[in-house]
Design a protein around this ligand. Sequence first.
Ligand SMILES: CC(C)(COP(=O)(O)OP(=O)(O)OC[C@H]1O[C@@H](n2cnc3c(N)ncnc32)[C@H](O)[C@@H]1OP(=O)(O)O)[C@@H](O)C(=O)NCCC(=O)NCCS
Length: 159
Amino acid sequence: MSFWKRLFPGTEATEDSPRDTDRITFSTDRAIDIYELEELCDAVGWSRRPLRKVKKAIECSFCVIAMYEEYQDRRRLIGFARATSDHAFNATIWDVVVHPDCQGRGMGKSLMDRIIAELRSADISNITLFADPHVVDFYRRLGFMSDPEGIKGMFWYPD
Ligand SMILES: CC(C)(COP(=O)(O)OP(=O)(O)OC[C@H]1O[C@@H](n2cnc3c(N)ncnc32)[C@H](O)[C@@H]1OP(=O)(O)O)[C@@H](O)C(=O)NCCC(=O)NCCS
């Protein structure tokens, strides 16, 4: 069953009534439906986070990119990424996610290209991220390097 049919039963195209082409759009608006974002994160199996904190993280991010699939007057969040920054030199990209139904179609790359373009347009040149082990090659393909010049990411966690 197609993505849209699952989301909006009765919207499947038929030979007699062909459906409009789905349109992919991007938005930098922070007014994201937090519940829709949570559903997207659930769909890729991420652990739930307190919504109050997710909302605050979005509000305080330097930029966000939301990717929507649109059909007629409806739209569905299918991808998301955000970045924090010191607004001058450095930015870190977080929460990169594409809905499983839409993966493997170049959407993750588009999302990353957009957020990098957004950061470069603010003249930020040092862009970092933390890659889960299974996506290291996804980021490598986009030009990210692990441990450049031997630099190691270090973490501190409360006991
Ligand atoms: C990682 C993720 C964003 C990739 O999105 P996607 O839309 O499937 O990726 P794309 O189709 O744009 O892939 C772009 C390229 O990367 C490759 N690629 C995609 N996922 C990959 C992976 N996990 N490992 C290695 N290469 C990968 C694709 O084959 C493609 O290669 P090509 O340009 O040679 O054709 C998506 O799989 C996802 O949301 N995963 C779950 C959440 C997650 O793990 N996020 C990262 C947290 S650090």
